[in-house]
Design a protein around this ligand. Structure first.
Ligand SMILES: Cc1cc2nc3c(=O)[nH]c(=O)nc-3n(C[C@H](O)[C@H](O)[C@H](O)COP(=O)(O)OP(=O)(O)OC[C@H]3O[C@@H](n4cnc5c(N)ncnc54)[C@H](O)[C@@H]3O)c2cc1C
Length: 416
């Protein structure tokens, strides 16, 4: 099975997580095939907000999430939407989500998240330097906006935890906000600035740049839909696609929101949900910003991308098959008008929807599995771009038997 003594690895999924994992495996000497059913980078990694938020160590489920969630359920414009018909399907996931919001659990999860988020900025800078596209990662901080002190107060625990884990935070008044971003509308009077965080100015081009370098260095890219992972005697033998079968010593599942369905036939029951998110691109908004601006009350990111202003956000349950909803994107356009009253909004606009791969405890599934040679790196939720630079290297190290000081136990698939 080995080619010229090199371990054969197949990486399933060409999003930012899969391509980074494939790249790190190749650099460690493995013979690597990257398989995607589509062109790499066309999944969730295509349209995210680009924020490299290494300080976001707080899980999504925080104390009070049940109360806030119930309130949002009955507000059609709320950043969270669960269609009524989907509630029974989502209920087991939601129960786990609420359980993860207990204060002591939040502290534990923040510690685990910190171990995969820390140094993400440096890792992105390093990787993009090595693949020849250093310009894609920029560090000009992130600006979080709140209408008033009361709304900032609701996130008090979250900011305290982030600071506890080392994130540098500056409290801003209206004047400080305008000094950073003069176009911010009057609805926002307080803010938090995190000067050390950064962004990718084109997440799709980031994937493409890593893939191009992977190919240049001898990695193989295959377009095929993976139908099954073949095992015998508790060991991976091959990855079977619709077009061909790929023998391997190691198979790494990086199929984002589709990972759990690939693993179910092997007996893994992983509560992975898609949290569908949307973006709208405005090529000429008529306002200029220098960094991601986050309207924290609306949970919306406004990011200055290479190709214009991207407004991204919304959490919508509904699974992998349901069609995107234009209504969700319309709310994003309203958010732009609120944050940037002077923005010129086009009448004719299109939108994009992507599937965030979410586990109820906000941790990815990362590391070895119950089958020898089968590895997992998926479920990065709202922070997959950020974490990809760290989890891909950790996974590659684990596959290649290199020592690591990060404990992968909290990320095991067996935690559910
Ligand atoms: C609106 C929005 C904003 C976001 N903003 C941010 C942000 O600012 N910062 C941040 O860090 N994260 C952000 N995220 C989250 C981030 O985009 C995701 O966590 C990340 O892209 C997940 O990457 P992935 O590689 O796991 O999945 P994907 O990019 O979805 O890749 C999975 C790949 O697997 C392939 N695949 C699936 N099944 C098969 C199969 N059977 N055979 C072959 N191929 C298969 C798919 O074609 C796809 O290419 C955002 C997400 C959304 C939706």
């Amino acid at each position: 099975m080995k080619s010229e003594g090199r371990e054969k690895a197949v990486v399933i999924g060409g999003g930012i997580v899969g391509v980074s994992t494939a790249w790190h495996l190749l650099r460690r000497g493995a013979d690597v095939t990257l398989i995607d059913r589509d062109e790499p980078g066309r999944g969730c990694s295509f349209g995210n907000a680009g924020a490299v938020s290494f300080g976001s160590v707080t899980p999504l489920a925080m104390p009070g999430v049940l109360r806030d969630g119930l309130r949002m359920l009955f507000d059609p414009a709320a950043p969270l939407r669960i269609p009524l018909h989907y509630l029974p399907k989502a209920a087991p996931w939601l129960r786990r989500f609420v359980r993860a919001s207990r204060p002591e659990e939040v502290k534990r999860l923040a510690g685990a998240l910190s171990s995969v988020l820390g140094h993400a900025m440096e890792r992105h800078v390093d990787l993009m330097g090595q693949v020849g596209a250093p310009e894609l990662i920029q560090r000009r901080g992130q600006l979080h906006l709140y209408p008033d002190e009361a709304s900032l107060g609701k996130d008090k625990m979250s900011w305290a935890l982030r600071a506890e884990h080392g994130l540098r935070i500056e409290r801003l008044k209206r004047g400080d906000i305008l000094a950073l971003e003069p176009e911010i509308g009057a609805d926002y009077s307080v803010g938090i600035f995190t000067p050390d965080q950064g962004m990718s100015i084109n997440p799709y081009r980031q994937v493409a740049a890593i893939v191009a370098d992977f190919a240049r260095r001898g990695g193989r890219i295959v377009r095929d839909r993976v139908a099954a992972i073949e095992v015998a005697d508790q060991r991976v033998r091959a990855v079977r696609g619709e077009i061909a079968s790929y023998d391997c010593d190691h198979a790494v599942v990086c199929a984002g929101a589709w990972s759990a369905q690939l693993l179910a036939p092997l007996g893994y029951d992983i509560p992975l949900e898609s949290q569908r998110g949307y973006h709208v691109m405005i090529a000429s908004p008529g306002v200029q910003i220098s960094r991601p601006v986050i309207a924290a009350d609306r949970k919306v990111f406004l990011s200055p991308m290479e190709e214009g202003l991207r407004v991204a956000g919304t959490v919508e349950f509904g699974g992998l098959e349901r069609k995107p909803s234009r209504r969700r994107a319309e709310f994003l356009m309203q958010d732009v008008a609120r944050v940037f009253p002077r923005a010129q909004l086009p009448n004719d606009w299109s939108f994009w929807m992507g599937h965030r791969p979410c586990l109820p405890d906000s941790l990815p599934v990362l590391g070895p599995s119950r089958h020898q040679g089968l590895w997992f790196n998926f479920g990065h939720g709202h922070l997959g771009l950020t974490m990809s630079a760290t989890t891909s290297e950790m996974l590659a190290r684990a596959v290649c038997g290199e020592p690591s000081n990060v404990d992968l136990a909290p990320f095991s698939a067996d935690r559910f």
